[in-house]
Design a protein around this ligand. Structure first.
Ligand SMILES: NC(=O)c1ccc[n+]([C@@H]2O[C@H](COP(=O)([O-])OP(=O)(O)OC[C@H]3O[C@@H](n4cnc5c(N)ncnc54)[C@H](OP(=O)(O)O)[C@@H]3O)[C@@H](O)[C@H]2O)c1
Length: 256
């Protein structure tokens, strides 16, 4: 795993408290190519699972407070890694917002559109990863393969949208894809070793999909551990020619 990356890998995962992000941290720690994992979470201490991992892997796992809706925290984390001379080879943007189990629910029709809720979703799904690109891509410049990836979603594909609904989530993921594609073009010129990619994990059994799982066949609902393994394989297989692309958990390209 991660054989295509040179040397000992420093990985940054934002959105690591639970779900797919937590599984990615766990899988990265299982990989002996990975020297260090910086795991960002809004409240790291509130995630028992993350704290347990940190106990077991004291030298390799560093949980850090990182709320992606707080630009100053993103900037400070990048600056502190830079000061330490740590150059991340892998930056994974995982945090995502679809519903909050309370008043934020995906819209079914135009009348459900609400400015404050749209802003909340865009803050996590677009502005967070965009500012991560702003502060982390320059840190990743150098020799050898590096990957900056963000978890998008197939429902963000405009070409694939036949059902409608879910305005905020769909359009935030479409905007995220455009951010990544645009940064990939600039990266080719300025940070040519860095591959930038949007990834779709498939429907995964986490809090995010929980309210919408009723019609998902068992064999189409993945475990977070399976998805983490698959996504790291897709990342391992990425080449510079893939930069700026949108890929599913099985490596298939997804239409914009
Ligand atoms: N599950 C699926 O079926 C599916 C399908 C397609 C795409 N995706 C995408 O995959 C990614 C991971 O989803 P998931 O299923 O693992 O979701 P999840 O179980 O709901 O976890 C969401 C994660 O995002 C974090 N987060 C939310 N707001 C944040 C903020 N402001 N700053 C930092 N972290 C924040 C949460 O942290 P807290 O614990 O602090 O809330 C949590 O760790 C998302 O981008 C999602 O859109 C998921």
């Amino acid at each position: 795993m991660l054989e295509t990356f040179p040397g000992s890998i420093t990985a940054v995962v934002q959105g690591s408290s639970r779900g797919i992000g937590l599984s990615l941290v766990r899988r990265l720690l299982d990989c002996d190519r990975v020297g260090r994992v910086i795991a960002g979470a809004r409240k790291p201490a509130a995630s028992e699972a993350l704290m347990e991992l940190a106990d077991t892997h004291r030298q390799r796992l560093r949980p850090v407070e990182l709320d992606v809706t707080r630009p100053e925290q993103i900037e400070a984390l990048a600056a502190s890694l830079g000061d330490e001379g740590l150059r991340p080879r892998l930056v994974l943007n995982v945090a995502g917002l679809l519903h909050d189990g309370a008043d934020l629910v995906p819209e079914k029709r135009l009348e459900d559109l609400d400015a404050a809720r749209l802003e909340r979703v865009f803050a996590v799904n677009v502005l967070g990863p965009a500012l991560m690109m702003r502060h982390f891509l320059p840190l990743m410049e150098g020799d050898g393969k590096a990957v900056f990836a963000a978890l998008s979603a197939r429902v963000g594909s405009i070409g694939d949208n036949r059902l409608g609904g879910w305005y905020a989530y769909r359009s935030s993921k479409a905007a995220l894809n455009q951010m990544l594609h645009t940064a990939a073009i600039e990266a080719r010129r300025r940070f040519s070793n860095v591959i930038v990619a949007a990834l779709h994990p498939g429907t995964t059994d986490t809090g995010l999909s929980k309210p919408f799982q009723a019609n998902v066949p068992d064999d189409k609902l993945f475990s977070p551990d399976f998805v983490a393994e698959r996504l790291l394989q897709v990342i391992d297989d990425l080449d510079t020619k893939d930069s700026g692309g949108f890929f599913a958990w099985d490596g298939q390209a997804i239409p914009w």
